[in-house]
Design a protein around this ligand. Structure first.
Ligand SMILES: [Cu+2]
Length: 133
């Protein structure tokens, strides 16, 4: 990729491009997800994301919704969410399990898992049935 004999300046640019490429592929950039409201439901019951990732909430219904979370450390409220509305929410690493609801339709619920350690979570769930305290 970076060939010798291109001259010092070119080499510097080339190495800068390599460093940028490594940074990019190491997951240092944020992913973007879409969760829509359709037929008075969230389009998915849950998603698993990394800290810093964003979720675009999109109202694809022809009725007004609301999107909010009361989960401590991840509170947000998108207010009256009219048809075709779109808002982006970024999730941090302070809250691994974020419950998301619609205040207008109480049975609309979904969960966002942020950087959950699945092995530990599963092991704790399994052990809790057998472990003596
Ligand atoms: Cu709703």
């Amino acid at each position: 990729m970076c060939h010798e004999g291109q001259g010092g300046k070119d080499m510097k640019i080339c190495y800068a491009a390599l460093v940028l490429a490594l940074f990019w592929t190491s997951g240092a950039y944020a992913d973007r997800y879409v969760v829509s409201q359709q037929d008075r439901q969230f389009s998915v019951p849950y998603i698993a994301i990394n800290p810093g990732d964003t979720v675009d909430f999109v109202n694809q219904d022809n009725v007004t919704h609301n999107v909010f979370s009361n989960t401590e450390g991840a509170e947000f409220n998108l207010g009256k969410f009219a048809p075709s509305s779109k808002e982006t929410v970024t999730f941090n690493d302070k809250t691994p399990v974020v419950d998301v609801q619609c205040s207008i339709h109480p049975n609309m619920k979904m969960t966002i898992f942020v950087n959950v350690d699945w092995r530990r979570t599963l092991n704790e769930a399994m052990l809790s049935g057998t472990k003596k305290k």
